[in-house]
Design a protein around this ligand. Structure first.
Ligand SMILES: *[C@@H]1O[C@H](CO)[C@@H](O)[C@H](O)[C@H]1NC(C)=O
Ligand SMILES: *[C@@H]1O[C@H](CO)[C@@H](O)[C@H](O)[C@H]1NC(C)=O
Ligand SMILES: *[C@@H]1O[C@H](CO)[C@@H](O)[C@H](O)[C@H]1NC(C)=O
Ligand SMILES: [Ca+2]
Ligand SMILES: [Ca+2]
Ligand SMILES: [Ca+2]
Ligand SMILES: [Ca+2]
Length: 311
């Protein structure tokens, strides 16, 4: 019964600002002092915070106030004096709704009148920026120029446009040598700040912070960016000695082991450091070979003749 009346009343309010309704028929003596009370409070205001006080033009014995609609999740309560206060702090959320429209009833016996209470909510900074991913992974060639774009991280903040959702990104971990930078700081764009060298460090694990500009309280969150450096072939093989000396008796048999040369290459395992040895000079008499070519082992393939060549 009561619920059916309320639905009808809400429709009337919307259509013609009717504030004086006699449920039982006849003329109601109850009337609010305004058709629309307004108030502005910060979202998540604590319980008992005063919102607005409604009033009727003439107070009669037995007068009661109640919410006819709009009081979702018991966000507010109203007392016998018509004072609306916060009841459920959680339910008053700017990110959910920027204003709350309540319909308040004043009832005496079988008569009621209705008015609107319009509560505007002010945003507070209650949401940290959140990254679109907890972890980003990317690759970067070594030796790219300074200021090369690496990747972009991005966070979003549910608070209202302005300082509460203005985000600045910072590298707060894994960048002790200053190899990377975020430029400009609001873009989330990671760029190189030094020349990266695979042979010095082959991967980086950066911790990036996104922080809003909330004035009384600033909120932040972090993500991890893993940057794997791709090797390029920037190191030549280096022989362990500039000069090897070995004495060989003349007329040793063919296939005699002479000595082994050995070089190392700082690049990554694979083609960039796979070494093949060749004799590029001094083998005019065709006496020596390196077999197998990757071993560096020098052997004779002809008889060494002292009379032909003595060193
Ligand atoms: C409403 O209350 C008045 C006064 O008590 C009474 O005269 C009237 O009959 C009631 N109306 C209905 C519909 O109950
Ligand atoms: C009440 O006032 C607010 C703020 O001025 C307005 O946005 C809203 O439409 C009004 N409501 C009614 C029912 O007049
Ligand atoms: C040295 O010369 C001989 C004869 O020309 C040739 O067979 C051999 O492959 C050469 N060794 C190397 C390592 O080039
Ligand atoms: Ca925020
Ligand atoms: Ca907020
Ligand atoms: Ca190399
Ligand atoms: Ca390299």
């Amino acid at each position: 019964m009561r619920y059916a009346n309320v639905v009808a009343v809400v429709l009337c309010l919307a259509m013609s600002d009717v504030v004086k309704i006699n449920v039982g028929g006849g003329t109601s003596q109850i009337q609010f002092t305004s058709t629309n009370y307004t108030s502005t409070i910060p979202e998540h205001s604590p319980p008992s915070t005063s919102v607005v006080k409604v009033a009727v033009t003439s107070v009669q014995p037995g007068l009661e106030f109640s919410f006819a609609s709009g009081n979702t999740n018991q966000a507010f309560s109203i007392n016998l004096q018509g004072l609306v206060t916060v009841s459920n702090t959680e339910a008053i959320d700017y990110e959910e709704s920027q204003h709350i429209s309540l319909i308040v009833a004043a009832t005496v016996g079988n008569e009621s009148a209705y008015t609107t209470v319009w509560v505007s909510l002010q945003d507070i900074n209650d949401n940290p920026p959140l990254f679109s991913q907890n972890k980003y992974v990317t690759e970067l060639y070594e030796r790219v120029p300074i200021n090369t774009y690496v990747m972009q991280v991005s966070a979003s903040d549910a608070d209202s446009i302005g300082p509460n959702s203005d985000i600045v990104y910072r590298i707060i971990g894994g960048n002790e040598k200053g190899v990377f930078t975020i430029d400009p700081p609001k873009s989330g764009m990671i760029k190189t700040n030094l020349i990266v060298d695979y042979e010095v460090q082959d991967s980086y694990r950066l911790v990036i912070e996104a922080r809003d500009d909330g004035k009384t309280l600033s909120l932040s969150s972090t993500c991890v960016v893993e940057i794997n450096i791709i090797d390029i072939n920037d190191n030549p093989p280096l022989l362990s000695q500039n000069k090897y000396v070995k004495k060989l008796y003349e007329e040793v048999p063919i296939n005699t082991y002479v000595l082994q040369v050995s070089a190392s290459d700082a690049d990554s395992i694979g083609p960039n450091s796979d070494i093949v040895y060749r004799i590029i000079g001094g083998n005019e008499t065709g006496v020596f070979t390196i077999e197998p070519p990757k071993s560096g082992m020098i052997k004779t393939i002809a008889i060494v003749d002292y009379e032909v060549q003595d060193s």
